[in-house]
Write a protein that binds this ligand. Structure first.
Ligand code: GLC
Length: 522
């Protein structure tokens, strides 16, 4: 088994993790200082959201140089120190790679606008429609049309996100070669893999057909969702692009390619690629997107996902990230403990979003403090991502030992790490018990998943490896519910259970989950 199959991934949102120089924004020395926490927590790899030079119109997802570090976060030397320190501690480092678009301040785009240095066709340029106006009806993910007018060229350029984030033209071999070189730059510096931003959007229709209307759209939804992205995302040719990126990571031993994919199961599994030569971990966001947090919905997801995985493909699971409301806010703090047990006992690589281990919740942001362009461009639709990006509270000291300055976003009311470390009943201690159990018990990390069932509010499944078996029984409801099967309690969301033996006729408390060990026969 590879490290990215048995391991647990932890996402750091660098602006909000730890600030070393008092400017209120987290940085690389801050991440280095925080690595010990990750080791203590029992995760294996750290995925770092973008730290490249950037005008920060989308907080780093607008890259102006793929082979450097933004001074806000530190220096290349800091980055090298981070990789060395992480590796010495047994942690892998996964870099966020943003290949779909650059910043409009990237020299490639400036060259392209000026038709110079052979970069005319590095971006997606089109003439106006015959009657004037944008060439297609394509919409930006951040409100408005996806076509920006450029006076200098007298043409439109395509931007799936902000007008300051022009999309690269991945049909141009020179773009492909430049991006592959950027990947090699970091692979040579020792990074263990990439999380690829908006992987499914990297190729758009070469015939520039209009996207059809979305019949399910209503005014509460984002304006982008007015259309179905039939011609702007998940195009067949994207798989060649992904295979190319995978070939680059395969030039180096033991690296991983993770893809960001907001797609249903039948589509996301295609990103494993032909003969498994695509992404090793195409992100599975089914739990992140789930509206109806119920035993039957989750049992259905697990069963369908397992059934649709191509031969040899390794599954993965995600509860949250820097773009979506936090799990504890979506399902409540008590149920978030059950969700943690689910995440860490399912078959497949778990990705933990920074702060999930503290049970962090979304923090309401007063209008004057809003930073996220998603909210600023379409206010009042709950599209803003600041609430899930608030700074990590390390202690209850002023500035929570996140910063000595003014934090770039306000702190939430979350219980700090230092306090949770002292409390055996905290979310943090539960997380740590669950990661240790997964590390100590190969059945949970690598065993098969069987007998997945919903029984009213109770979700249950078994994990088996050879003659070893673990049983997971989760109460997703707020009333006591009948348990299932028997065994010795190896972990529980509630105190007083661990080590006890359960046999028929036992009950789960509201919002309780247990992991049971079954003794091998004989
Ligand atoms: C991805 C990132 C998100 C960003 C967008 C555009 O979805 O996770 O934060 O805004 O891509 O790069």
């Amino acid at each position: 088994m590879e490290w990215w199959q048995t391991g647990i991934v932890y996402q750091v949102y660098p602006r909000s993790f730890r600030d070393s120089d008092g400017d209120g924004t987290g940085d690389l020395p801050g991440i280095i200082a925080g690595l010990e926490h990750l080791v203590w927590l029992g995760v294996d790899a750290v995925w770092i959201s973008p730290v490249y030079p950037s005008p920060m119109t989308d907080f780093g997802y607008d890259v102006s140089d793929y082979c450097a570090i933004d001074p806000l976060f530190g220096t290349l030397a800091d980055f090298d120190t981070l990789v060395a320190r992480a590796h010495a501690l047994g942690l892998r480092v996964i870099l966020d790679f943003v290949p779909n678009h650059t910043s409009d301040q990237h020299e490639w785009f400036i060259d392209s606008r000026n038709r110079r240095n052979g970069r005319e066709d590095w971006y997606i340029w089109r003439d106006a429609a015959p009657g004037g106006g944008p060439p297609t009806n394509w919409l930006s993910n951040f409100a408005g049309p996806a076509w920006g007018w450029d006076d200098r060229r007298g043409q439109y350029y395509y931007h799936a996100f902000l007008p300051t984030q022009p999309d690269l033209n991945w049909r141009n071999p020179a773009v492909v070669a430049a991006m592959h070189d950027a990947m090699r730059f970091w692979l040579r510096r020792g990074v263990d893999g990439f999380r690829v931003d908006v992987m499914w959007m990297m190729i758009k229709d070469d015939q520039f057909r209009d996207d059809p209307p979305n019949p399910a759209w209503h005014p509460g939804m984002s304006s982008h969702d007015r259309l179905l992205p039939v011609y702007t995302a998940d195009r067949p040719e994207v798989h060649d692009v992904v295979a190319g990126m995978r070939a680059v990571t395969d030039e180096f031993p033991a690296r991983v390619l993770i893809g960001e994919l907001y797609l249903p199961i039948d589509r996301l599994v295609t990103y494993y690629g032909l003969d498994g030569k695509g992404a090793q971990l195409p992100f599975n966001f089914q739990l992140l997107l789930l509206q109806d947090w119920s035993a039957s919905a989750i049992a259905d997801i697990i069963t369908r996902y397992e059934a649709e995985l191509p031969p040899g493909a390794w599954p993965n699971w995600v509860l949250g990230n820097h773009d979506r409301p936090r799990i504890a806010s979506r399902i409540g703090p008590a149920q978030a403990r059950v969700a943690a047990m689910l995440l860490l006992t399912l078959r497949g690589t778990p990705t933990v979003y920074m702060g999930e281990e503290l049970g962090m919740i979304d923090t309401p942001i007063p209008p004057a403090a809003v930073r996220d362009p998603a909210e600023l461009r379409e206010p009042g639709k709950a599209l803003g991502r600041d609430p899930e990006r608030t700074p990590f509270p390390w202690t209850d000291a002023p500035g929570h030992d996140f910063t000595t300055g003014t934090p770039w976003l306000p702190f939430g009311a979350d219980t700090p790490l230092s306090q949770q470390r002292e409390d055996a009943g905290s979310m943090l201690q539960l997380y740590r018990r669950l990661t240790s159990l997964r590390r100590a018990n190969p059945t949970l990390a690598t065993g098969a998943i069987t007998n997945v069932r919903a029984d009213g509010p109770v979700l249950r499944y078994e994990r088996t490896l050879g003659d070893r078996k673990s049983r997971v029984v989760l109460n997703l409801g707020v009333l006591p519910a009948a348990g299932w099967g028997g065994g010795k309690v190896a972990a529980s969301t509630h105190s007083g259970r661990v080590g006890t033996a359960l046999e028929g006729g036992w009950y789960l408390q509201p919002n309780e989950g247990v992991v049971l060990d079954i003794e091998p026969p004989g």
